[in-house]
Design a protein around this ligand. Sequence first.
Ligand SMILES: [Zn+2]
Length: 149
Amino acid sequence: MSTTKERRPAIEGWFTGGDGAVRLLGTRCASCGTPYFPRNELACRNPGCTGPKDGSELEEHALSGRGRVWSYTDSRYKPPPPYMSPDPFRPYTVAAVELEAERMVVLGQVVPGVGVDDLAVGMEVELTEGVLYEDDEAEYTVWMWRPVK
Ligand SMILES: [Zn+2]
């Protein structure tokens, strides 16, 4: 008998949405529009910003779910703690992607089955959700990039 494990985010509050509609959760300055990911709740860091700079100017912001590959590589060794990975370790591909609207580069794993030979700088990718690791109780998920078809 097989059971479907519960799915939980590996890290709480960093992304939202399910397959095909994943968005990263950051913050954005209401005064100057500067986006932050991971979220910044202290104060806007834009030196040209005229906002209050006490944190009240920062609001939650779901970043764009699409971008273009800026760089990529494969990871063939198990990363050290605190990074979690499947046991036994399976090599995976990592991409640095420039988000379309924010012009910000975000690192993430690429979905299983897509390797460095399948990627190219400038290729359009979108966010989805994938399993980072699992234990007896659940599958723990993170955002992953996949080529836009
Ligand atoms: Zn600002």
